[in-house]
Design a protein around this ligand. Sequence first.
Ligand code: ADP
Length: 170
Amino acid sequence: MTTTLTLVQGDITRQSADAIVNAANSSLLGGGGVDGAIHRRGGPAILEECRRLRASRYGKGLPTGQAVATTAGDLDARWVIHTVGPVFSATEDHSALLASCYRESLRVADELGARTVAFPAVSTGVYRWPMDDAARIALETVRAAVTAVEEVTFVLFDDRAHAAFAARLR
Ligand code: ADP
């Protein structure tokens, strides 16, 4: 089974998919960028479940490179998969952790039985990962993944992000 990769430009909170991936931070308690938008549009049910995760499995927060699912609240999806991207560093190579975000999110999607998954460009906002390199890692990792997910859609917020992913997809 091959996974179809699709690029769209827009707001990931407007996307319909079985699972929408959140570029979360390890607190799981919300933040800016994609995270803020998901909690705003998804409503309080997502944060409630995140709080329960902090009170149980993830007392110290969700480690970088890992992924965990919650309800999608009012979003047009069944689940939100929260993953924590690495902060870009020019002196230390954290690429393996960024790749892990995509791989682990797809592993969680498989556990849930999700067939369509929407990803943002993890780590390219507040965490400053250069867009072209982030696109390379995202696409290589999803292409190499062994998964039952049928369609992965990258939802890129602006022209620049969309162009970077489009150049790497070709
Ligand atoms: P990180 O902390 O992992 O860097 P951010 O949420 O700050 O995550 O940014 C990740 C990427 O998502 C950035 O390229 C940013 O422009 C983009 N982005 C921000 N809001 C949205 C949104 N609503 N839908 C899709 N992408 C978004």
